[in-house]
Design a protein around this ligand. Structure first.
Ligand code: BDR
Ligand code: CA
Length: 310
């Protein structure tokens, strides 16, 4: 079983990523850490706890992390995720509380104690991961892989930049220059993981409390994607990272060099992907380019069906 820590900002698709991980025998979710992103960190933390509650993840520690990007002023995404960061479903207040340790210290301790077999799965801005790498550089060789959602060859926050990278591009730069193996799931890939009305119907038909929760998440998320981008569906970005940890054969990737733009007037937060090798720089990321759509949704439907028997 592949050990993972999900570092997230739930977030409709972050929530689905957690639920997918919790249902799979192929991964072991050893912790959830939270960061400011879709909403302020207090909100994303409550949301993470609520997801744990509904998934029955009573033993998985949740550690709260950074409330502000490294350098820039915080930006959140209420137009897409609502004011709470996870608007739509009504969930009871969670019974579980966070651990006392800060997310950055949690990540460092887990990695240092490990045999080098932990994968980090960041599905929000990269603030916590960059802070951990800076605070304890000895973790770098201990990280099996960083499987992150971010970037792409087009943007959804600016024409050039995807939200997670844009919100803390300085942090993203630290991560991409760390030398740690990276798998990057950018918008080119995640927009192929589009929850359409047909997918929504399949999920509705499962009919257990967790699939009902996901269906309610989709109702809200698909509505905002319609309003903001005119899409007939919503990309379940963050779940792609978890799907990769479960079954990498769902994706076609290429090893490429990726730089993070932190200075551009129009391009701040852009992932500059060297597709044709013009820089001559060594590849630093496995860039996911193509999704096996059927395999992906079957994985998801199976995971949600698992909660019927649980
Ligand atoms: C990313 O930003 C957030 O809105 C989503 O949760 C995802 O992680 C997509 O750009
Ligand atoms: Ca996210």
């Amino acid at each position: 079983r592949r050990k993972i820590i999900i570092d997230c900002d739930p977030g409709h698709d972050d929530a689905i990523a957690i639920l997918l991980a919790a249902a799979s025998p192929k991964v072991e979710l050893i912790g959830i850490t939270t960061v400011a992103g879709n909403a302020e960190v207090d909100k994303t933390t409550i949301n993470a706890l609520k997801v744990c509650e509904i998934a029955g993840l009573h033993e998985v520690p949740v550690a709260k992390g950074a409330g502000q990007p490294l350098v820039r002023k915080r930006e959140t995404a209420p137009d897409i995720h609502g004011d709470s960061g996870m608007d739509g479903p009504m969930l009871p207040e969670p019974t579980k509380t966070i651990v006392e340790e800060h997310a950055v210290d949690f990540i460092i301790r887990e990695l240092l104690q490990s045999d080098g077999d932990i994968t980090l799965v960041p599905t929000g801005p990269l603030t916590n991961i960059a802070m951990a790498l800076r605070k304890e550089p000895a973790i770098a060789p201990k990280i099996r892989e960083i499987v992150l959602m971010g970037g792409g060859t087009f943007g959804n926050w600016t024409p050039a930049a995807e939200f997670n990278i844009y919100v803390d591009a300085e942090a993203a730069k630290v991560v991409f220059e760390s030398g740690v193996p990276i798998a990057m799931f950018g918008l080119d890939l995640t927009h192929q993981a589009l929850a359409t009305p047909e997918v929504q119907k399949r999920i509705r038909e499962i009919g257990n409390p967790v699939s009902d929760f996901v269906e309610e998440l989709l109702q809200f998320f698909m509505q905002t994607y319609k309003e903001v981008f005119g899409f007939d569906g919503a990309p379940i970005h963050d779940a792609c990272c978890v799907a990769y940890c479960i079954d990498p054969s769902v994706f076609t990737c290429r090893k490429l060099h990726v730089d993070i733009e932190t200075k551009g007037e129009f391009t701040y937060g852009m992932t500059v992907v060297d597709t044709l090798g013009t820089t001559g720089k060594e590849p630093n990321a496995h860039v996911a380019l193509e999704l096996d759509i059927d395999k992906f949704w079957n994985l998801m439907i199976n995971a949600l069906t698992f909660y019927t028997e649980k």
